[in-house]
Design a protein around this ligand. Structure first.
Ligand SMILES: Cc1cc2nc3c(=O)[nH]c(=O)nc-3n(C[C@H](O)[C@H](O)[C@H](O)COP(=O)(O)OP(=O)(O)OC[C@H]3O[C@@H](n4cnc5c(N)ncnc54)[C@H](O)[C@@H]3O)c2cc1C
Length: 169
């Protein structure tokens, strides 16, 4: 055991996990075959919204925790990529959402004038400019002493060899 944690994957989940671990004092190496800009995360719309995520009974609390974290990034949008956007979430009835919806500030059914076709929501939600956000996460990881290596893993056993823990992202 060399005491290092290996994070496999350099999209938003891998970078975020690596940042949290490195800032908590763990020695972290992140393995990814390409730059953050070459991931699916880089092309995501970046809207905060718990959509088709499982397990349903747990995602509400996870999503609300993310909302709290993003709220802390909104005062530096150029740096973090996070900003708030107001608008109508189309074709989504309020009563079809989980209990988490009651905790989202200002979330309500859209009025007919706001959304004529029927069930819609009015919301003010974080949207992340993903290339900017990934670059910012990478900077945070490096500042916390995390190392990034261009590497493709063929099995998790390969990553686990000598490592304290492997985080598969
Ligand atoms: C068009 C589009 C719009 C989206 N819009 C939204 C949105 O508005 N809101 C939202 O929440 N979500 C959205 N998503 C979903 C979101 O993009 C994903 O949930 C998120 O990017 C997943 O992040 P990830 O880090 O798990 O995966 P990825 O970004 O796919 O990262 C996976 C990483 O693993 C690496 N990897 C893969 N195989 C190996 C290997 N063998 N060895 C080493 N590394 C490996 C990859 O190179 C990459 O670095 C959208 C997705 C798309 C496609």
């Amino acid at each position: 055991m060399n005491g290092e944690t290996i994070v496999v994957g350099g999209g938003v989940i891998g970078l975020t996990s690596a940042v949290v671990l490195a800032e908590a004092g763990h020695r972290v190496r992140l393995w990814s075959p390409g730059e953050p800009g070459a991931t699916t995360s880089a092309v995501a719309g970046g809207l905060w919204w718990p959509y088709r995520i499982e397990p349903e009974e747990r995602v509400g609390a996870w999503a609300l925790r993310s909302l709290e974290v993003y709220a802390g990034l909104l005062d530096r949008p150029e740096e973090t990529g996070a900003r708030l956007v107001s608008g109508v979430h189309a074709a989504t009835p309020l009563d079809g959402l989980g209990a988490w919806a009651a905790e989202v500030d200002g979330l309500r059914a859209a009025t007919e004038a706001e959304y004529t076709p029927g069930d819609g929501l009015w919301a003010r939600l974080p949207v992340l400019d993903m290339p900017a956000h990934l670059t910012w996460l990478l900077g945070r990881l490096e500042a916390a002493g995390g190392r990034v290596e261009r590497r493709t893993v063929t099995s998790l056993a390969e990553a686990a060899e000598g490592a304290r823990a492997v985080v598969n992202c």
